[in-house]
Design a protein around this ligand. Sequence first.
Ligand code: TYD
Ligand code: MG
Length: 458
Amino acid sequence: MAKSKTFSCSECGASFSKWSGRCEGCGAWNTISEDAPLASGPASKSLGARRGSAVPLTDLAVEETPPPRTVSGLGELDRVLGGGLVPASAILVGGDPGIGKSTLLLQAAAKFARSGLKTVYVSGEEASAQVRMRAQRLDLADAPVRLAAETNLRDILTTLEAERPQLAIIDSIQTMWADNVDSAPGSVSQVRAAAHELTNFAKRRGISVIMVGHVTKEGQIAGPRVVEHMVDTVLYFEGERGHQFRILRAVKNRFGPADEIGVFEMTGGGLSEVLNPSALFLSERGAPSAGSVVFAGIEGTRPVLVELQALVAPTPHSQPRRTVVGWDGGRLAMILAVLEARCGIPFAGLDVYLNVAGGMKISEPAADLAVAAALLSAREDVALPADTVVFGEISLSGALRPAPQTENRLKEAQKLGFTAAIAPAGGKAGSGSAVGGGLTLTRPADLTGFVGETFGAG
Ligand code: TYD
Ligand code: MG
């Protein structure tokens, strides 16, 4: 034990028990070196001679005031940030190229600057003239935002040091170049070094830093995951190319709830806020059709109704297709298996397609019952009544579990004119209980009960 050494790769951070010239984790050459132990003790005789100094410990009970926040007035952004921008916070905004990150952040910069925050916008991707032209098009040219087109991180930090803004926006982290790191801009080590420098700078100087990060084909912010660990808040800007909707989603937030979403619409004049996302997501719904079901979901702290669409058709292939857009493929396979095993409804020999309308992505297990309803509706070619929402979790036994925030979901459905809901709820199962305001709630006992009541089979 006394002689055990560890080695790690400076590119990807993978650790090994022995040295080698090439990292098995990321394939980089000459990046592996021995880890120096920090603690003094018998295992680290040679390096442990210098002792650290003792760190003062405090109690949990010390009163802390919540951080002050600056609201931009762009309500959808403020909500996703957890109620406004926290000073000295580091924020990463990720998203596919062309999705609208620069547009969003220029609008945010203008809003913050107009509400009194000293704001600097650094573009490493576009020339100042291009950014100014966009600002003109968005009618933001008079906002007191200071602008620079630069990629040299050392120069940027020196400039920020001198200017002392309260908010710095860096577009994008992949274009930044730290001259103390010996690799090309956009490489993993450059991205990591730049993010590390900027995050430290934010903390040290009390400046909020928002960094833009492009997402790779695999759906991760290019560069190692450690960038996400470094910053306080990670937001993803999502949407489908063909759709106007854009969803800003908090996937990590040290200063607010994760999974909160903000909904925007891309227009000729930039991004506009969508104050009633449910209405927008349901706006393209036509006449009631088989396979279409409205799911009453919760995104972060707010209810959102979305349409699920399923198509079930005999397969020409030996292996039937299972295609999902906007939901989890593994979860779909599970629902199909439960329907077959517990309700005797086979999907063998049938292609199954499931789509969440409007480019929305759902990760809630509460969508299970709505998915099952869409699949059955498509399979039986029976349309559900158009004024019905469905939600609830399905367990492997075929039992149904109530979804969290049932009340909020029902309220939202009611607000949008729905008159019926099918959902497992706490308490005794039963049908036809009217919830306040005229919404009729049907509470199936289990999946078999649901199939029988809704599709008249079992
Ligand atoms: P952009 O913000 O440059 O995307 P990103 O920084 O994520 O790469 O936005 C690119 C797209 O947005 C571009 O294809 C044009 C469109 N767009 C509009 O539709 N309206 C607008 O007002 C602006 C500024 C852009
Ligand atoms: Mg951009």
